[in-house]
Design a protein around this ligand. Structure first.
Ligand code: C2E
Ligand code: MG
Ligand code: MG
Ligand code: MG
Length: 284
């Protein structure tokens, strides 16, 4: 099917309001369990652009549920239920399997693009998460340099010492490590200094009104200075206008991800997009 992989405005029966309802939650849980078994999930890929060089410097894999009746559903409509019921573990396993197979294929085709995927805090509760991840990647012949993990700010701050050790080991083996949604949780700044970390992704709420609001600009500038101070790359998410991109560039933000230059795309379209973008302009 050729439905768009996006972005905004998709109709989906499982909207947040309905999901709050208890019966709806039970229905979604049942449908999600079947979705795992029936293989109704698909990944969409969204490129990230360097504000410095104009090159493609990363890609994030984003989950979509191709619901048999309601069509394409965005994660906001089902991830919260999956998190609260624990089904996120099975869904997360599917994501790892799919990413491993896809990156293995790309690698064999000589297309060594690095892709990030989202790891739910619940997935880290399972002690074997890291060994299963390593096995899935190795079984598919994926170089660890093609992999990036995104942990939410809260998950990163709460991670146990054992989890931090595993993350540091992956990073030492070439995996890129990112903190997602930075600026929405609580950050322990001494923790930020010691975590094994390559990139920090600014939450969309931080940058939404930087065109209109001087206070928003002051805050974003301060956060950018802070992150640069600990030698991390800054990725601004949900950048929708070229004016936002210009402000972020002037503030020293390294990288953007947003509809202003590319929406999430299914694999075929993504591969076509990177070809059109020109392989000489693509570095990671
Ligand atoms: P996230 O990891 O922060 O992903 C970025 C979200 O911003 C994506 O929403 C993306 O489509 C959206 N986005 C990108 N550019 C723009 C823009 O210019 N404007 C706007 N308005 N939005 C933009 P999406 O795909 O709906 O995913 C929402 C969240 O669901 C993700 O936020 C992530 O927390 C979660 N998620 C997605 N895939 C997975 C997954 O495989 N596993 C887990 N555990 N969570 C996932
Ligand atoms: Mg993310
Ligand atoms: Mg984010
Ligand atoms: Mg998010």
């Amino acid at each position: 099917y050729r439905a768009k992989a996006l972005g905004g405005g998709q109709h989906c029966l499982f909207n947040d309001e309905l999901a709050a309802d208890h019966q709806r939650k039970i229905d979604i849980e049942k449908a999600l369990t079947e979705a795992v078994q029936r293989g109704e999930f698909v990944l969409a890929y969204q490129p990230q652009l360097s504000l410095v060089t104009g090159e493609l410097v990363g890609t994030e894999a984003l989950l979509r549920w191709n619901h048999p009746r309601d069509g394409l559903c965005l994660p906001g409509s089902f991830i919260p239920v999956a998190e609260s019921t624990g089904l996120i573990s099975e869904i997360g396993d599917w994501v790892i399997g799919e990413i491993s197979a896809t990156l293995g294929n790309w690698h064999r085709d000589g297309f060594d693009r690095r892709v990030a995927f989202n790891v739910s805090p619940r997935q880290l509760d399972r002690v074997d998460f890291f060994s299963r991840l390593r096995h899935a990647l190795a079984d598919n012949g994926v170089p660890l340099s093609m992999v990036e993990l995104e942990f939410t700010e809260t998950a990163a701050m709460r991670a146990s010492e054992a989890v931090v050790v595993e993350i540091a080991a992956l990073r030492a083996d070439g995996v890129r490590i990112s903190i997602d949604d930075f600026g929405t949780g609580y950050s322990n700044l001494s923790r930020l200094r010691t975590l094994p970390l390559d990139r920090v992704k600014l939450d969309p709420s931080l940058i939404a009104d930087i065109e209109q609001s001087e206070r928003a600009r002051v805050i974003v500038q301060a956060v950018i200075q802070l992150i640069k101070g600990v030698d991390c790359e800054i990725v601004a998410e949900a950048v929708e206008t070229s004016a936002q991109a210009d402000i972020l560039r002037a503030m020293g933000c390294h990288t953007i991800q947003g509809f202003v230059f590319a929406e999430p795309m299914f694999e075929d379209e993504y591969l076509g997009w990177t070809r059109d973008a020109g392989s000489s302009r693509i570095v990671a």
